[in-house]
Design a protein around this ligand. Sequence first.
Ligand code: FES
Length: 84
Amino acid sequence: MTTKTYNPLPVDVQEGERYKWCTCGYSQTMPLCDHSHREKSDKKSFKFFAETTGTIELCGCSETTTPPYCDQQQCKIKTNRHGY
Ligand code: FES
């Protein structure tokens, strides 16, 4: 079972540090990769460097077209489908 959520998730980052965003949806530390993909998926994490220090919001559904950031597409679709 995936741990996806159809909301952006906050992450505290440090400028210049490298982070791995989960693309498989199985991480127990969403939205960051915990290497669960190695056993549950053929996907690999998306690596990126933080451009600023602070709290940023990353895609929580692993389906964004603008990784690692939410593109607001899946959130809207899933939200509307369930009537929220
Ligand atoms: S746990 Fe999902 S990409 Fe690593």
